[in-house]
Design a protein around this ligand. Structure first.
Ligand code: NAI
Length: 407
């Protein structure tokens, strides 16, 4: 809770500044004030009649003889999963940047991945789910998955169990950043289905040396991702959605995905709807990336195309993401745990910081979200404190300090 950012005290009856001072005197620790507010929040929706200023909670305090309304920031409770490899480095940088916006957050830190396995014997302990059940919002660093053998993906398991069916990845050029495509106004958004397809993890050996992996496409999940893409487009004034597929070969599975996209598209006549076969889509994305607006894809193509698009705007260190479900949201970068640079202070935290910017908007902290985005953009525009992956020589720490100074 950050009372310093309080906009002021409003009085339903008559009030004096002394009451507010009294409140601070009576409740001197953050924990104490948080407890009072948590109790008061229960009364909030029923009791208040006036709209609160954007980004601020209304708090009815019963600590006096008459009820008083305090406009103040309420602490958000967020599950923080630092992850593996560069995860803890970029997570730490991001937490510092978010806190520098002045938004009050109580971080509920839980481990997944290697650290969790060492401590509990499980890569994805129940504590992670328990925390997300309490907070409904997570900020997550990348978690490694062994290639070829070993444990199943923590990321896929989390997305499936929490039914985070939308993977949302906005891809935009940052000002001043030199890439092969710097002169193009790239601003596209990827909607990747997040719970099925070849990521269902159903594989078996039919006979020796013959293996099958099942690609599962359902109407329910395909309709949900298509609706998410179109509803977002309508809300944000986007003009065109393209569905990306391989239904010329996988006629049943990708055919079902396309039928769902067409059905949803029919309800959004103001938004242009087209379809592209995935291999052609990759070529078009490299040749004319500025022509793309909103992309909707099944899981596997969405994963691959996300990295391709990250490459257009400066690489994996840049692009943010959000895993969204009906009740829960987990914000994470597109990139992985980057074991090749872990522990060297070289990781670029931009992607997770930009994911946190999406998280702040999701929490209703729009002002802080915009300020964080502007601070990141200012650091890129000056070009002085950029990390190695985008052509600079700054460390994770130097870049983070530069963003915090801008804030
Ligand atoms: P990766 O994304 O970790 O790394 C690919 C390349 O990009 C590497 O050269 C790396 O140094 C660079 N890179 C990535 N993020 C960067 C950043 N923030 N700053 C500077 N450079 C960055 O992909 P890779 O190597 O294929 O996967 C490594 C591990 O991460 C695997 O175990 C994989 O399963 C896991 N992974 C986890 C994800 C998640 O938790 N959401 C997503 C993708 C991969």
């Amino acid at each position: 809770m950050n009372f310093d950012r309080a906009l002021g005290v409003a009085d339903l009856a008559d009030d004096s500044g002394d009451d507010r001072a009294d409140f601070f005197a009576q409740h001197q620790t953050v924990q104490h004030r948080t407890q009072v507010v948590q109790n008061a929040v229960l009364d909030l929706e029923l009791s208040l009649r006036c709209p609160e200023p954007e980004g601020h909670g209304r708090i009815l305090l019963h600590t006096y003889t008459r009820p008083h309304v305090y406009y103040t920031t309420v602490a958000h409770h967020i599950t923080l999963i630092p992850g593996d490899g560069i995860g803890p480095e970029v997570a730490d940088a991001t937490v510092r940047a978010v806190e520098a916006t002045g938004v009050s957050i109580v971080w509920d830190r839980v481990d997944a991945g290697v650290a969790a396995q060492k401590a509990t014997g499980h890569y994805l302990p129940e504590a992670v789910y328990e925390s997300l059940a309490r907070t409904n919002v997570g900020l997550k660093g990348p978690v490694g998955t062994p290639v070829g053998t070993g444990h199943p993906s923590v990321n896929v398991a989390l997305r499936k169990r929490l039914n985070l069916f939308v993977n949302f990845r906005p891809v935009r050029m940052l000002p001043g950043l030199k890439t092969r495509f710097s002169d193009l106004p790239i601003d596209l958004v990827i909607f990747r289905e997040n719970t099925e397809d070849l990521y269902s993890g159903i594989e078996h050996e039919v006979v020796t040396d013959v293996v099958e992996s099942l690609k599962v496409i359902t109407k329910v999940a395909s309709m949900k991702i298509a609706k998410a893409a179109f509803e977002y487009s309508r809300r944000e004034g986007r003009k065109a959605v393209v569905a990306i597929h391989k239904a010329n070969i996988m006629k049943m599975s990708d055919g079902l995905f396309l039928r769902c996209c067409r059905e949803v598209a029919a309800g959004f006549p103001e938004i242009a709807y087209t379809e592209l076969i995935v291999d052609n889509a990759c070529m078009q994305l490299v040749m004319r990336p500025e022509k793309f607006d909103v992309l909707v894809l099944p899981n596997l193509y969405g994963d691959i195309v996300s990295d391709l698009c990250a490459g257009l705007v400066g690489g994996l260190g840049i692009v943010p993401g959000a895993n969204l479900g009906d009740t829960c949201a987990v914000f994470e970068a597109v990139h992985g745990s980057a074991p090749d640079i872990a522990g060297q202070g070289k990781a670029n935290p931009t992607a997770l910081m930009q994911s946190a910017r999406l998280m702040l908007a999701h929490l209703g902290e729009r002002d802080a979200s915009v300020r964080l985005q502007k601070a990141i953009e200012a650091v890129y525009a000056s070009g002085e404190h950029l990390t190695h992956d985008v052509g600079g020589s700054a460390s994770t720490e130097e870049f983070t300090e530069a963003v915090i100074r801008e804030l």
